[in-house]
Design a protein around this ligand. Structure first.
Ligand SMILES: Nc1ncnc2c1ncn2[C@@H]1O[C@H](COP(=O)(O)OP(=O)(O)OP(=O)(O)O)[C@@H](O)[C@H]1O
Ligand SMILES: [Mg+2]
Length: 319
């Protein structure tokens, strides 16, 4: 067995703000989490909660207003030296939600897939670049001939494969997949997820999977972080979270997930999240580890309650 899990990404007290002065708005406030090598880490929350902003901050498209991002032990937020910059530009890649909008319509697949190589591997010969593009296309189940076509000649599923090839050609270590299947037909979603899972196993990739849909996350994520309006409210391994969600917002999200058991499904009532259940006027909430690997945003009073619930549900140890 391997020793302790190694973090590939460490996000520490991350803040992201948009706008200036009076119109300044903090979209992400004090977010802290680690992503371990080889895992699929899920980030879930409703529209506008800050998921994409966190992804873009990690990949350095958005600058951050506070905190830091560490990649493989080195700080990558803020100013970094050119060598590290080249390395992370290669090793961290992103796959986008809408394969119709994210590919440059006027460029051929060849150029779209190779684009990242032009800046990070300037010395690459044309033949070598073509070889890499063809290899990446085949890795995602597309024909090398497709390289000379334009994006509009492809279906949604094929376009998402092109998006994945575009990331893979860089030989990445960490991929942020932002709602990679939401825009796809239900019938091809599983194919894209399976492809991602195969690639992960073959290459030891680490994923951060962003979605608003917990029912998909349940099957693909090792751990899940729940974000509400720019603040993390709970993080745990998938089993822990589904078995005993502690934060009321997590409970509300889970109550909307379809269950495989039809009897249970019929009786189930969706729970609405009511923020006024928290009295944070005096007793302020802090992000804390409540059992190993299970984090929750809670004040002292809530923490005591959550601990009681955990104790009541604990499986008794054998003597
Ligand atoms: N470039 C930007 N300029 C100004 N505001 C932005 C920008 N990007 C995001 N925001 C704002 O930050 C907040 C979080 O947006 P973000 O796109 O990160 O949410 P999200 O969780 O990815 O939502 P969705 O599920 O709809 O994709 C929103 O209020 C959004 O309007
Ligand atoms: Mg988004």
């Amino acid at each position: 067995m391997s020793t302790a899990k190694q973090p590939i990404i460490q996000v520490k007290d991350l803040h992201i703000a948009f706008g200036e002065r009076r119109r300044r708005f903090e979209a992400v406030r004090g977010v802290t989490f680690d992503i371990y090598k080889g895992e699929t880490f899920g980030l879930v929350g409703e529209s506008g909660s800050g998921k994409t902003s966190i992804g873009r901050a990690i990949i350095r498209v958005y600058s951050i207003s506070g905190g830091e991002v560490i990649y493989d032990g080195q700080r990558i937020s803020g100013k970094i030296d050119p060598e590290l910059d080249r390395r992370v530009t290669r090793e961290i890649q992103m796959i986008f939600q809408d394969p119709m909008a994210s590919l440059n319509e006027r460029a051929k697949v060849d150029y779209i897939v190779a684009e990242g190589l032009y800046s990070t591997e300037k010395g690459l010969s044309r033949e070598e670049r073509t070889r890499r593009v063809h290899g990446a296309l085949m890795d995602v189940g597309l024909l090398p001939e497709f390289a000379s076509r334009f994006p509009h000649e492809f279906s949604g599923g094929q376009r998402q494969r092109i998006g994945i090839a575009r990331a893979l050609v860089m030989d990445p270590k960490f991929i942020i997949a932002d709602e990679p299947i939401s825009a796809l037909d239900v019938s091809i979603r599983a194919q894209v997820l399976n492809l991602m899972s195969t690639l992960q196993k073959e290459r030891g990739l680490t994923y951060m999977f962003i979605s608003h849909d917990l029912s998909v996350m349940r099957f693909i994520c090792d751990r899940i972080a729940v974000i509400h309006r720019g603040v993390l409210v709970e993080l745990g391994n998938t089993e822990q979270l589904f078995r005993l969600p502690l934060h009321p917002y997590t409970q509300a999200l889970l109550s909307a997930v379809p269950m495989p058991n039809p009897t249970y499904e019929k009786k189930k009532q969706p729970i609405a999240y009511d923020e006024s259940v928290h009295d944070y006027s005096v007793d302020k909430p802090v992000w804390q580890e409540i059992e190993p690997g299970h984090f929750v945003l809670a004040n002292q009073q809530e923490r005591d309650r959550y601990m009681e619930r955990l104790a009541a549900c604990a499986i008794p140890e054998r003597v």
